[in-house]
Design a protein around this ligand. Sequence first.
Ligand SMILES: Nc1ncnc2c1ncn2[C@@H]1O[C@H](COP(=O)(O)OP(=O)(O)O)[C@@H](O)[C@H]1O
Ligand SMILES: [Mg+2]
Length: 227
Amino acid sequence: MIDAALFSLPPSRGYFITGTDTGVGKTHAACLLIEALKRQGLRVAAMKPVAAGVGTDGMNEDVRRLVAASNVRAPLEQVNPYCFAPAIAPHVAAQQAGVCMSLEVMEQAYEKLAAQSDAVVVEGAGGFLVPMDEARGMDAIPLRLKLPVILVVGLRLGCLNHALLTAEAIRARGLVLAGWVGNRIDPHMEMGEENLTALRSLLRLPCLGLIARNGMSLEHDDPPKPC
Ligand SMILES: Nc1ncnc2c1ncn2[C@@H]1O[C@H](COP(=O)(O)OP(=O)(O)O)[C@@H](O)[C@H]1O
Ligand SMILES: [Mg+2]
């Protein structure tokens, strides 16, 4: 139950959702978090500062899903200040479009969202250090917005290394790493429970919950009892 997990989160105007990789369930987890915050009676805005890849209607799928989950209506340029059509690395897409992404623009958009909501759930693009340009990575966004970070771990072979590296990078920047969410993206993962045990002990961090394969809710993480 994410509702119970919410009590492990530090009170904050917003949260930054990152993941061990692209396609690990950041948007899925962000939407579940938004739903849980809404169940607390809160006005919850969603933000995707940088998106790459649009459908035939010109909309980015993550933005569509986040907006659908949110109960705060806001102009698209606040929810998603930077959207590039090709589904490629954002810094390459920005280069091709001749755009320099501005943290100030993102901050102004975030402040407007925060002013009309109780919480803003902000989803990064790709993994934590995906570049925005030669000098800055996605980590610059939670740093600028002073947001605690939630790490979504896509549970598959290799996730221990990705999770530990990401957690180390977040902490090394002085950001608050508020918790992690395990997402069962691989139905064929072997030794899944052993991997979860390793994540619980090595991340030294509250597990906010686990998302089942095809799960539409965040289940309470019930660690096995020691024998
Ligand atoms: N627990 C899950 N069960 C089944 N499909 C999932 C699950 N989590 C994510 N997916 C699917 O995997 C894809 C990537 O998830 P998404 O949330 O978009 O990842 P990210 O935001 O990290 O790129 C999406 O098509 C999503 O619907
Ligand atoms: Mg996403």
